[in-house]
Design a protein around this ligand. Sequence first.
Ligand code: IMP
Ligand code: MG
Length: 176
Amino acid sequence: MRPLDPPLFSADQIARRVVELAHEIDADLEAKGRSGDLLLIAVLKGSVVFVADLMRGMATPVSIEFIRARGYEGTESSGNVELTYLPEQSVAGRNVLLVEDILDTGRTADVILQRLRAEGPAHLALCALLDKPSRREVEVEADYVGFTIDDFFVVGYGLDYNQQGRDWPAIHVLPE
Ligand code: IMP
Ligand code: MG
């Protein structure tokens, strides 16, 4: 599969927006006196590229864990989300930022947030590179959003279509 030009967001546009987000998060943590010990939890696999850039754009020292949720086949959400990999450290008492590639129906983020909340983090926030609010089926709102988009299926910068396209530097609408 090859990207369809022009991209929805170019690599340069993404890079600029991710740095802005990183600074916004830094500023918030600073303002709220939480800049000491941030734990990023990145949702595999889609947010790997995003979190790599985000954490390097932040001045706040972070540690990183991963979580894996399955429940998406092709372009349709199955509505059924299973956690297949969990963070190695507990989030109890920690200041946590969950990092997602995209919020679609919201089911994945919802299940993960509930799971993390149950462990009793000191603070829990959500950052999503992309948000498709028109697709939402459960109530989930991100504290930080890179770009809000219409109901397109997008590929690149970590996001896949059947495991392809994660390596594309830009974000493209999936060719029909
Ligand atoms: P949700 O549970 O429906 O919110 O879907 C979230 C997950 O579905 C994301 O973490 C992505 O892995 C996948 N997903 C949703 N929309 C897209 C898209 O446009 N492109 C690629 N993956 C998507
Ligand atoms: Mg996916």
